[in-house]
Ligand binder design. Sequence first.
Ligand SMILES: [Ca+2]
Ligand SMILES: [Ca+2]
Ligand SMILES: [Ca+2]
Ligand SMILES: [Ca+2]
Length: 402
Amino acid sequence: MSTKMDTIWSKLDRKSTAIAEFTMRQYRTRISTWVVLGAATVAIFLMLLFYIEAMNTEIEAIDNDGDGLINEDDIDWDNLQDGVNYVGEDDDGDCENLDTTSQRDGNNNKNECDVLIIVDTLNGTTYIYPDANVDEDPDEDKYGKEAGHRAFILGIGKFGIVYLLGIFLPLFLATGLIREEMSDGTIHYMLAKPIARGEVLLYRMLGYIGLTWPYILGLCGLMCLITGFTGPGDGIFRWSDIGVWMTIAWAAMLVSLVYGTIFCAFGIIWKNGVILAILFAAWELGMAFVAILSGGDSPIRYFSVIGWGMIIVDSGVAICWPDNWQLIQSGLWGGGQGTENFLGEPEYVPLPGAEPLDVFSGSPNLGTSSWLSLIISTLVLVFQGIMSWFVGQSIFKGKEVD
Ligand SMILES: [Ca+2]
Ligand SMILES: [Ca+2]
Ligand SMILES: [Ca+2]
Ligand SMILES: [Ca+2]
């Protein structure tokens, strides 16, 4: 029994490795492969230059409360929880020096010189009621560097790596996987041995991920190293970023696998399958905007590949940067200066970097824990990949190969 199993496995193994290795050798020997990978790398690294420039530029300090002192009272919030929080600290003593108790406790919580924050995670709202002169003049440079660093990682991660790279790599590397062999006639060599067409498709995809997955991992690893040493912080390296970069890589790997399988199937359907692939990429681009701009609130993103990829990254952020939403809230509040809009609601002046970070951050929002969201979105993408393979091989089976 075991020897029989062994022969089946080794046969399967030989077939799979033979086609996968042949596919990878094809990639290696084609100049177009290196042009695609090179162009993608250059594009990502150009964006990195803007980041390095921004990290080495001092952000101008602003006297937020207009008292002539600059950055004298930074935001001291810690560990915001769902419900009522008393945080804040009057660093410069201009609240504590106020004459009466009622002046020192304007928010009327029997706590002098603090900030009362009511968090409602269920409805996604945060209400902030500070006593006068508390946390009123934050440090723009310190905040802007941290928020800008995170906004860059999420912007380049979600949009540049998960979406653009996730589409670009399969568009050029997967659409022709079966198509080109069909038009060159070389598919006959692959189909000469008794092998199901579904298996050929599977092993071709294996060769494709053998090239693209190490590339994505290497690129994200390099970006993690560079931004981890360049980014702001007390330590030499930003260890907590590693997990976020890993979820970006993981999302890009899964997304490029699903797109790759779909595009390969488009190539089997029609010799100009790349046109279908571009149309599909346009739909996904729309979904990427929906997923980013709705902050993870729009269910329409579930009808896409990219929407699930973004949930993977959002889960990684929730796990590795648990203070991220708190950082966003404090930056949008920005010391509490501002005016009221016509509804009488406060309109604060946000700190630099707060709005981009808010845009690129999203809630995993599957109504479960972050880890479970990570697992569910991974499973959905794997399922999408299997379904695409299944449809692709059915079409492949029905194709006359001449
Ligand atoms: Ca001031
Ligand atoms: Ca300031
Ligand atoms: Ca108070
Ligand atoms: Ca103060």
